[in-house]
Design a binder for this molecule. Structure first.
Ligand code: NAG
Ligand code: NAG
Ligand code: NAG
Ligand code: NAG
Ligand code: ZN
Length: 740
């Protein structure tokens, strides 16, 4: 037995050795042919999790977890006290958000703090705007505080209306009415009243149409010594003067819009452009910061009427009169020429800490790819609409994602949540964070999804975004039930209420600026979107009426905007699904063909504006046209390649996704726009005359604007035409196959 056992085992060893040898040989042969005959015959390594389709039921689980009433509860908590940036509530709220996120089960939540230049009224000396009579005595002083709050809203630490970063000073002069203080308003003044000398005057402008910082800049450039900005009833109230908060959502007569005046290409901390405001940062002198030198202050329409009814001079051009019930005149000065306006402004700049909270859900397959969801936390006062409606949605969304994590779900890519500080002062928290982590964020961020205000009205969902995200936004809105009609989707009602001028999709506007997506898109080329529910544009008002006033309360939202918080829930659901889709889909759901179409439209638009003027200078569109055509065909074949691809090779999937991520980044010119070096996206930027609005091909538009102001910029136009042709071609090349 023993010997036979020996013999058989020896035979076994010999056989095994032979088999092993044979196997090795086969392997070598296969390897040889595989290498010699190209990659097709290589057996694809097992793909495992990397090729796993997302859980088809995950959208329902996420949406079913979220409750409108929870959003209401968060909003009540967040709006219970003022939470202005740089005050103790900035840190207290940051700690609250961090602690909640840890409790919900996010993988981490940390506070990132920055030491930045902010601005506040002086607590001892009120800012005064006054009418002085012919003897230099005070005839009338504008309200210091807004009136008419409900009893439970009369709390401490309400900052009086002011404009952050205003210049200080005590000035007296004659008043001139300048409408919205847009460039075209000043052009009109010059045309109709060539003898009007604006130098040394105090301007009064109404709020609306453009960013207030541009109003201050335009005024200072035209020689104003001070600027008063007020909210005209035509732009912020109803026809019935008594129909105001707390009886309606309209702005009361003492309501004034707070807001910052920081106009520059970098935004963020005014003293540390380009770099994070760490303790070791190099800080420029405050005098050199891009802030106004003249005093600027906001007032309500009751007070504005006291000035405007006494103005002398010509009656205003058509379109300039508001609804104050007085005859609007230009000035300068009053009917009694010895009466003057005085502004005694003590608003001061101060270095203080502001805080971001960053929450993190680590992706299971591609943890180094980030989908970032952001909302700012700081408010001028209670922030009922701006930004706490967004914060309330974000809290409920993070809670729901935490719940899914506890149930075993994990996204393919990482989800990052940013709760930003000091957005109201000029996108400060988000910009400093992007500056601190610029390398990682530029390389790893798939998309940035912003909700600043979740609900500013009850009319319809709207979105702004870069073109790569259009399709994903439509797809998310088709999945979420409309808060108005449960038989319809958010998409259906959006399309009904916002019919497109052409085509059959609800319009998505370009980003412009005015919120925290700006540093992501314009600095590092990250595709971004901004979502909200808004009021009916047919109302013809500039924004929701009580914007940045003390009346942005919980009561306002509950009584007039979103009584059941289901509009907020709809926006939050779209936000969550869009993020989940971007995080979970094997192939990132970007559509480059939509980008191609937008480029073609933008080129046509540029031609219709400037082509003949440019032709006279020998500038033509050949290269731009050629690059745009190349981009279009590259996008078409890229998407064909993606559609026909088998999702069984992890490396190949990653390769395609890396290409998808490169497209937007190719529009970043490392040198920046001419004279706006921190804005580096050559296709889109905030407009130079209105930071809120978007401008296509900003390098060209800026230069053409200067040419219209009689500056010689034709070389810049030539250079920028070449830059955009290059960047579009470069973007096209990112979509082509890997062989250069
Ligand atoms: C202010 O001036 C108006 C005239 O425009 C006059 O009727 C009013 O009494 C004055 N008020 C004071 C407090 O001087
Ligand atoms: C500001 O200027 C006005 C008008 O010249 C003057 O009456 C007032 O006393 C000044 N205020 C201060 C605090 O100096
Ligand atoms: C305009 O007013 C300023 C300030 O009073 C004065 O210095 C300047 O000479 C005036 N310009 C003209 C053209 O009158
Ligand atoms: C567009 O593609 C064609 C063909 O590859 C190439 O010859 C042309 O130079 C490209 N256009 C630009 C602006 O690079
Ligand atoms: Zn906001």
């Amino acid at each position: 037995m023993a010997s036979s056992h020996h013999a058989s085992s020896r035979k076994y060893i010999a056989l095994s050795a032979l088999a092993l040898l044979f196997g090795l040989l086969i392997g070598v042969v296969i390897g040889y042919f595989a290498f010699s005959r190209g990659t097709e015959t290589v057996t694809v390594p097992s793909c495992g999790d990397a090729c796993q389709e997302p859980d088809p039921d995950i959208f329902n689980k996420l949406v079913n977890e979220m409750k409108a009433s929870n959003i209401g509860d968060y909003l009540r908590k967040l709006t219970s006290v003022p939470h202005l940036a740089g005050t103790p509530m900035d840190l207290e709220n940051a700690e609250y958000v961090r602690d909640e996120w840890i409790k919900y089960g996010l993988d981490s939540a940390k506070i990132y703090s920055y030491d930045v230049l902010l601005s506040y009224p002086d607590s001892n000396e009120h800012n005064l705007v006054q009418l002085l009579d012919e003897h230099g005595n005070i005839n009338f002083t504008c309200a210091i505080e807004e009136q008419g709050l409900r009893d439970d809203e009369k709390v401490e630490n309400i900052v009086n209306p002011f404009n952050a970063y205003s210049g200080t000073g005590n000035i007296t002069g004659d008043l001139v009415y300048v409408n919205y203080a847009r460039v075209e308003d000043f052009d009109e003044l010059e045309e109709y009243y060539p003898d009007l000398n604006l130098t040394g005057k105090i301007f009064i402008a109404r709020y609306g149409k453009i960013f207030r910082g541009n109003k201050a800049l335009h005024s200072e450039q035209r020689g104003a010594i001070g600027l008063i900005i007020y909210s005209d009833p035509a732009d912020y109230a109803s026809d019935d003067a008594t129909d105001v908060y707390p009886d309606a959502w309209w702005l009361p007569g003492t309501g004034a819009q707070r807001g910052n005046l920081h106009v520059s290409d970098h935004k963020g901390d005014p003293l540390t452009p380009g770099y994070p405001a760490k303790d070791y940062a190099y800080r420029s002198q405050v005098e050199d910061a891009p802030l106004p030198n003249i005093p600027v202050h906001p007032i309500g329409y009751d007070d504005a009427k006291m000035f405007l009814r006494e103005l002398s001079g010509d009656i205003v051009p058509s379109g300039w009169a508001g609804d104050l019930g007085v005859t609007y005149r230009i000035g300068p000065g009053f009917n009694n020429a010895n009466r003057k306006v005085n502004m005694d402004i003590h608003t001061r700049n101060e270095q203080r800490m502001t805080h971001n909270v960053i929450g993190f859900i680590e992706g299971a397959v591609e943890p180094d790819r980030y989908i970032i969801l952001g909302n700012h936390r700081d408010a001028w006062v209670f922030g009922g609409v701006d930004p706490s409606s967004g914060t309330a949605g974000m809290m409920e969304l993070t809670r729901a994602f935490g719940k899914l994590l506890k149930e075993g779900w994990r996204p393919r890519r990482s989800l990052v949540f940013g709760s930003w500080g000091a957005e109201e002062y000029g996108l400060i928290g988000s910009t400093e964070w992007v500056e601190e982590f610029v390398q990682n964020l530029a390389a790893r961020t798939v998309a940035y999804l912003n909700v600043d205000i979740a609900t500013s009205g009850d009319f319809t969902f709207v979105a702004k975004s870069t073109p790569l995200l259009y399709e994903a936004i439509y797809s998310a809105t088709k999945k979420v039930t409309s808060p108005e009609d449960s038989s319809k989707s958010v998409y259906d009602v959006w399309l009904e209420r916002y019919p497109p001028d052409s085509g059959d999709l609800p319009p998505i506007s370009s980003l412009g600026s005015g919120s925290d997506f700006a540093p992501f898109t314009y600095r590092i080329g990250v595709p971004a979107a901004d979502l909200r529910y808004r009021h009916n544009p047919g109302l013809g008002i500039s924004s929701y009426p009580v914007y940045h006033s003390v009346y942005e309360t919980y009561y306002l939202v509950e009584a007039f905007i979103d009584p059941e918080f289901n509009r907020n829930l709809a926006v939050t659901s779209v936000w969550g699904e869009l993020a989940r889709d971007l995080a979970d889909s094997i192939i990132i759901p970007f559509n480059c063909k939509d980008y191609a179409e937008q480029i073609q439209l933008a080129v046509e638009d540029l031609k219709s504006k400037f082509e003949s003027e440019m032709r006279n200078e020998g500038i033509h569109f050949d290269a731009v046209d050629s690059a745009a055509a190349n981009f279009t065909s590259a996008a078409t074949s890229f998407h064909q390649r993606i559609a026909s691809m088998e999702l069984n090779d992890a490396m190949k999937i990653r390769r395609i996704n890396d290409q998808l991520m490169s497209v937007e980044r190719a529009f970043i010119d490392p040198l920046g726009l001419p004279s706006r070096r921190f804005l580096r996206h050559v296709l889109f930027a905030p407009s130079v005359t209105n930071y809120y609005a978007g401008s296509a091909f900003p390098g060209i538009q800026d230069a053409m604007y200067k040419i219209n102001e009689n500056l010689d910029q034709w070389d810049t136009v030539k250079q920028q035409m070449a830059v955009i042709a290059f960047c579009i071609q470069s973007a096209a090349s990112t979509m082509m196959d890997v062989v250069l």
